[in-house]
Write a protein of this length. Structure first.
Length: 179
């Protein structure tokens, strides 16, 4: 996949992924997903996503925007020219597609588990299932970070991706010690 093709597809992908990852609840207004009873009373997806992931997501979308529309400003992210190869770009774009599908499936499962939890809020097993589904959404987000780093390789992107992956690994290790 050439750089020109990526400049066309990446902004569209970014908008779709942003809508699926962060604004999933707005799809319920259009009737795509059933609305849960009293969901606003106890669950907010954006508050559940750690700020490190939100900052990384913002930087990656700025990176995609600059790569697509202002290539000269994109050089601020220190691109790695040797990794700008069509085969590598295609692999990265396939990883981005997998991340999008993963995130959609995770959001649907999360909705299902939130619905079950809303019916029986005293059941801790159901609450644990909601937390596991949240982790899957986060994993989809991390997969998207890796896909962007492979597709449009640059030093800043690699550092941000490694930071997000390290935080995810550290936070999971810390939780396992508490249990």
């Amino acid at each position: 996949m050439t750089g020109i093709t990526l400049r066309i597809y990446l902004p569209g992908f970014a908008i779709i992924f942003l809508a699926v990852a962060l604004f999933w609840n707005s799809f319920k207004k259009f009737g795509i997903v059933d609305k849960l009873p009293n969901e606003k009373d106890y669950y907010n997806r954006l508050n559940r996503l750690h700020y490190i992931y939100m900052v990384a997501l913002l930087i990656f979308f700025i990176m995609i925007f600059l790569y697509s529309f202002f290539p000269k400003l994109y050089t601020l992210f220190l691109p790695i020219a040797i990794l700008d190869h069509p085969v590598i770009n295609i692999i990265g774009f396939y990883i981005l597609k997998i991340a999008l599908i993963w995130t959609i499936i995770s959001q649907i499962k999360l909705d299902s588990r939130i619905y079950k939890y809303s019916l029986d809020r005293s059941n801790l097993t159901l609450m644990e299932m909601v937390f596991r589904s949240e982790k899957n959404v986060t994993r989809g987000l991390l997969t998207m970070f890796v896909g962007i780093v492979i597709t449009i390789s640059n030093v800043i992107g690699i550092l941000i991706c490694v930071t997000a992956l390290s935080y995810y690994g550290f936070s999971n290790r810390k939780r396992k010690r508490l249990i």
